[in-house]
Design a protein around this ligand. Structure first.
Ligand code: BGC
Length: 752
């Protein structure tokens, strides 16, 4: 947005000085040049990782202690924008205390494939859910005077070859699936900065992709902040600044600044372009300094309590056969698995937070159920290896002597991480062996799962109860104990599908690509869109999650909304059980007879309803026109197709309770008919069909007459000729009309 840039303040700077403003000072600061202040940029996203001195972006060196909130994988399972806004605020407070200006997060890339090593840092396989949650996170954070850095822009959906790989994505898929969460967040929350990704997007590095950083991000979406490179993502500094990159991070010792200065001197790049980059960095740095709250101290206990609350809302009760959960007081528990004593609370890599404290599940379970009722057996070690007979035996003895076994299973810190992808979805074999032994000794076994990305649950589904605890942050231990005892009624729902097997996943044949490029061959069909289209069974569907109560849905009313709210639905949700609960209500849409290739249905709105036992709540769900629109390559723009949309409201993608429909009016640039349009295109346009249809029918009648049967032949001929381009119709119809005549009719129709 050039009009926002105050470039006049740089007129006295030398070429070298103005160039130097578009790269950092060291690892974690922007530069102080002239009257432009330096500010600190530190990792997030789910906690502050401030490292003043060490050159480390892989999370190896220690950082200042901070609250470790649940990473995105778990936050997303809350589907709760109000809660995520509060987490954002808390992150802002911690950043204020530490004098941080920009917190590097959130990550809103789509979970394209469960093998991606960084899925724990991303929200969902669905773009509307991802975009809404990222918006809440950014708004909460920025309300505290701290800038967000929405990342990794764009199409960073794998870690394999992440610094080079070329993500080849067709335009519609790119817009509707991979860019949509970014667009939503930019337009709703204006993050102060956006971080471009390492990879290439359709042939060009994101860091030097003018289409992405300038045309789409600034000119189309109206982004007002600055673009920072991912750490080490700049391949060619001059190309990057020309494309719209404003800040190269970290400082590369001056190589990039010198190259940019030389390019200025030689006229390879305009001084104005470099000044605009400097101005955008300066504007945010000024703002950050103006909003700094010197001496601010956040409340550690309050933040820990928030981390516990977020964790408890993130747990998904996947299965609960026979109502085995919640566990009554006095139940004798055999707690098994090292994750109960050494919980894995977050992912590995640049987001790894040095916690202020950690709730240990075993201690919390002892506090919840009484130490005398809780026995512990290690069972296995979290880093894998062959099953240890003695440990298995000890666990079996503990399980058979208890009323219920609580088995903690999952992936350890080294088994999934930023920087590499998994090659399989398997849980460690020693844990599966242990599970089988424990289940045999104690059928009443509850599995608590720890993982950053999806794991294969084929062998786990034999357990009567399964808690998906993802990665819960430092309050996870308390949250797990509270959910097991029923002090908290679980309410999380899956933000991604759990497939039956790896071979079913949408990107199976196209992941992670080869020789530096990956083709997004599944197109729009990511996550549930794929499984539904192919009618594939899944282990647990997108949006699934049980509760200790039951909810009934009734009285769905659907109407056309006003303004950006194109569809408004209201539904009554009744808590028909005996405990209070929270229900995540989901709204999906479909459009039969669409002119576009469309998934069976797509999530377009959701809401969280807190409903007391026996009570009912009227829940409103609004669909935004921008979310309902498709990217139309013919218009090279968004298009809201008109028609009667199906509206499907339910408790998960596979548990639709009520259906309705609503008429939506088309919005979008009118598509002109040209000589390259087909007979089918023409007949699909009512005005054109009325004007020219009879003429075509007459012209083609001659063809029909030449057939050997009268019966229905004319209609069939028309069907066959639907794909005929209009400029060839005259020739096919034996010269019945000239190109000029057809063009005349088209002009008349296009002018309507
Ligand atoms: C990661 C970013 C992170 C940066 C700084 C990079 O390797 O991809 O997400 O913010 O390092 O640590």
């Amino acid at each position: 947005m050039p009009h926002l840039d105050d470039t006049a303040r740089f007129s006295n700077l030398t070429n070298a000085e103005v160039s130097s403003l578009s790269s950092g000072a060291g690892f974690w600061y922007s530069k102080e040049v002239g009257d432009v202040p330096a500010i600190n940029l530190s990792d997030g996203p789910h906690g502050l990782r401030k490292q003043d001195t060490s050159a480390d972006h892989l999370g190896i060196a220690p950082s200042v202690p901070a609250t470790c909130f649940p990473p995105a994988v778990a936050l997303a399972q809350t589907w709760d924008v109000e809660l995520i806004d509060r987490v954002g605020r808390a992150l802002g407070e911690e950043s204020q205390e530490e004098g941080v200006g920009i917190l590097l997060g959130p990550g809103t890339n789509i979970k394209r494939d469960p093998r991606c090593g960084r899925n724990f840092e991303y929200f969902s396989e669905d773009p509307v859910l991802s975009g809404e949650l990222a918006t809440a996170w950014v708004s909460g954070l920025q309300s505290q005077g701290i800038g967000a850095s929405l990342k990794h822009f764009a199409a960073n959906n794998q870690e394999d070859d992440r610094m080079r790989v070329d993500a080849q994505i067709d335009p519609r898929t790119l817009r509707e699936i991979y860019l949509r969460p970014f667009q939503k967040t930019v337009q709703a929350a204006q993050p102060w900065t956006i971080m471009c990704s390492y990879n290439k997007v359709n042939g060009t590095y994101a860091s030097q992709n003018h289409w992405l950083l300038t045309q789409v991000l600034r000119d189309e979406w109206g982004f007002e902040g600055y673009v920072v490179s991912d750490w080490g993502a700049v391949d060619d500094r001059v190309a990057a600044v020309s494309a719209g990159l404003d800040l190269q991070m970290p400082y590369d010792g001056g190589i990039g600044d010198d190259t940019l200065t030389a390019a200025l001197e030689s006229g390879q790049i305009d001084r104005a372009t470099v000044e605009h980059a400097a101005a955008r960095v300066a504007r945010i740095s000024d703002r950050s300094v103006a909003e700094r709250k010197e001496g601010f101290v956040y409340d550690r206990d309050e933040h820990h309590a928030l981390a516990q609350e977020a964790a408890s809302r993130a747990i998904v009760l996947l299965a609960n056969e026979g109502g085995i959960l919640p566990l009554a007081q006095g139940t004798k528990l055999a707690v098994i698995g090292e994750f109960a004593t050494a919980p894995r609370i977050q992912g590995s890599g640049s987001s790894r937070v040095n916690t202020t404290r950690v709730d240990v599940p075993l201690e919390e379970l002892r506090a919840e159920f009484g130490a005398e009722n809780v026995e512990f057996a290690t069972g296995f070690t979290t880093e894998g290896g062959p099953a240890d007979r003695a440990l298995v035996q000890e666990a079996v003895v503990a399980a058979s002597g208890a009323d219920v076994a609580v088995l903690f299973m999952g992936l350890g810190y080294s088994q999934e991480s930023e920087g590499f992808d998994r090659t399989h979805l398997d849980l460690p074999a020693d844990q599966l062996e242990l599970l089988a032994a424990v289940l045999e000794a104690q059928p009443r076994t509850v599995v608590v799962l720890t993982h950053g990305a999806v794991v294969d649950l084929t062998e786990v589904v034999g357990a009567p109860a399964i808690l998906d605890a993802a990665l819960l942050g430092q309050g996870g231990g308390r949250a797990i104990a509270a959910v097991l005892s029923g002090a908290v009624n679980p309410c999380g729902k899956l933000a991604e599908t759990i497939p039956v097997r790896l071979k079913d996943v949408p990107a199976f044949g196209n992941f992670p690509g080869e020789h530096g490029s990956v083709r997004y061959g599944e197109g729009l069909y990511v996550g549930y869109r794929w499984y539904e289209e192919r009618a594939l069974d899944v282990a647990f569907p997108f949006g699934h999650g049980l509760s200790y109560t039951t909810f009934e849905y009734s009285d769905l009313a659907v109407s056309a909304g006003a303004g950006d709210e194109v569809i408004v639905a209201e539904v009554t949700v009744t808590n028909t059980g005996s405990v209070d609960g929270r229900e995540i209500v989901q709204l999906y849409t479909s459009l039969e007879g669409s002119a576009f290739d469309r998934p069976v249905k797509e999530l377009k709105a959701f809401a969280v309803a807190a409903v007391a036992a026996g009570e009912s709540v009227r829940v409103k769900l609004a669909v935004k026109a921008s979310d309902l629109s498709v990217w139309d390559v013919r218009r090279d723009g968004w298009f809201l197709e008109g028609g009667s949309y199906g509206v499907h409201v339910g408790a998960s993608s596979a548990d639709i309770r009520l259906n309705g429909s609503v008429e939506v009016t088309e919005v979008g640039q009118k598509l002109a008919l040209t000589l390259q349009s087909t007979v089918g295109d023409l007949l699909a346009n009512p005005a054109a069909a009325a004007m020219i249809g009879p003429m075509i029918a007459e012209g083609l009648g001659g063809l029909a007459d030449s057939g050997d049967s009268e019966d229905g032949l004319g209609i069939d001929m028309l069907k066959m000729l639907e794909s005929l381009p209009l400029n060839r119709i005259g020739a096919i119809a034996g010269g019945a009309f000239t190109i000029g005549q057809i063009q005349q009719v088209l002009d008349a129709v296009n002018a309507l």
